[in-house]
Structure formats: C-alpha cells, structure tokens
Design a protein around this ligand. Structure first.
Ligand code: C5P
Length: 222
C-alpha cells in the first residue's frame, strides 16, 4: 500500500504540533516533529561550546551527531547519540539555537535525509518549515498553518504560565518575531507556503475547529 503523507508547515507558535498530533491520533498514523531534530543539533552544539551561528564549527562536528527517532506508545522521542533528549530541547535558548543551525545547508541535508527515510516506511503527519516545499513535495495534503503574531505570543505565554514558568509577554512576542524573520529570510529552504498548500489561519479558532477543517481536506481515497 502506498504510504500517505500530510505536510504541515508554518511559523513558530501557529499550533502545528498540537494539531498534527491530534490528526495523527485520529488517522492512526505517525506524527513526525522535524523541529525536534534541529533542536537536538542545537543542544549538541550548546553542550559542546559551539556557537550555533558559526557555520564552519557546526559543519565540523556534524558527523559526531547521530539523531534517531523512536516511538513509544505512538509518541515521538528524540535520541541524540543514543541519549533521549526529548525533554531537554524546549528551552528558549534551544529554540533560538535551532533556528540558527537550521540556516546551515549541511545541517538541513542531514535532517532532510532522516525525514524522507521516515516517510518512506510509514504514513505520516510531518510538521516543520519546509515539508511541503522541499522534504515531501509529493505529500498527499499540504497545509500552511498561520496565526497572528499576537495570538501566537499569547498562546506561548499562557502555556509557560500554566507550567509555572515566569515570563514576559512582550519579550515572547519579540522572540517569535525574531525567529519568524530568521526562518523566512534564510537562503536554504526558507519558511514559505508551498504553491499547492492550503493556508489555514488559526487566529480565533479552536483546536478542534482547525483539526476538523484539515480532516475535511484529506483526499477521499484515503
Ligand atoms: O518547530 P520548532 O519550533 O520546534 O522548530 C525549531 C526551529 O527549527 C525553527 O525555528 C526552524 O528554524 C527550524 N526548523 C526548520 N525546518 C523544519 C523544522 C524546524 O528550519 N522543517
């Protein structure tokens, strides 16, 4: 049977991972969080005192990094040189570092190979920045998920407060804007809507409304 692929791209905080996880559960297929792979590379660099913006140094250590994806009860775990780092890669420092290492072509080539290999073996919902434009250009459905920067900053703020983390809304908004700029203006595989992607604006929508809309867009043969 041909494997099925849904590509979900969009800026930070648009709700990609929450939505993609729900769709994967509903369709009983695998959710692939590609951002976690760039985050793991950033974690390695930071742990080894390497500046994530320093292209030459990052390229030099790239072959010391082995990233593997595992699924435990259908939940993705990310292994960096056989260590499970899933819970260590969600800090603000790693978010910025991931956005920096993601501008380096050699890093992208390595991550994209891993992502394509995963999608060859199973049906997936894969989220990221370049899935519809570059990683899976033949995906069966492509979604470009957006939301206003204010809404994205608010969601992130609420999430951090709920987790007991003190934070500042305007600082979060600034960080999101900086990451948007870094991701959209880079030379290799910048964040952009694929020509054949459907744009879904989640501003003011509930998660369930967005999930229902995306499910309704899945081609009938699946
Ligand atoms: O999606 P997430 O916020 O975890 O991604 C972290 C960073 O990794 C993004 O800001 C982006 O720079 C990079 N990324 C990418 N391509 C992807 C997924 C993530 O460049 N497919």
């Amino acid at each position: 049977m041909k494997h099925f692929a849904i590509a979900i791209d969009g800026p930070a905080g648009a709700g990609k991972s929450t939505i993609a996880k729900m769709i994967a559960k509903k369709l009983n297929i695998i959710y692939v969080d590609t951002g976690a792979m760039y985050r793991a590379v950033a974690l390695y660099c930071i742990n080894h005192g390497i500046n994530c913006r320093d292209k030459e140094s990052v390229e030099k250590i790239l072959d010391q990094i082995e990233i593997k994806i595992q699924y435990i009860d259908n939940v993705q775990r990310i292994l960096l040189n056989n260590e499970d780092v899933t819970d260590k890669i969600r800090t603000q420092e790693i978010s910025q570092g991931a956005s920096d290492v993601a501008t380096i072509q050699a890093v992208r080539i390595k991550m994209v190979e891993l992502q394509r290999n995963l999608a060859k073996t199973v049906s997936v919902v894969m989220d990221g920045r370049d899935i519809g434009t570059h990683v899976l250009p033949d995906a069966d459905l492509k979604i470009f998920l957006t939301a206003s920067v204010e809404e994205r900053a608010n969601r992130r703020y609420k999430e951090l407060i709920q987790n007991g983390i003190e934070c500042n809304l305007s600082k979060i908004k600034e960080e999101i804007e900086a990451r948007d700029k870094n991701d959209s203006c880079r030379e290799c595989s910048p964040l952009k809507k694929a020509e054949d992607a459907v744009e879904v604006d989640t501003t003011g929508q509930t998660i369930q409304e967005v999930v229902n809309r995306i499910i309704s867009l899945i081609p009938k043969q699946f």
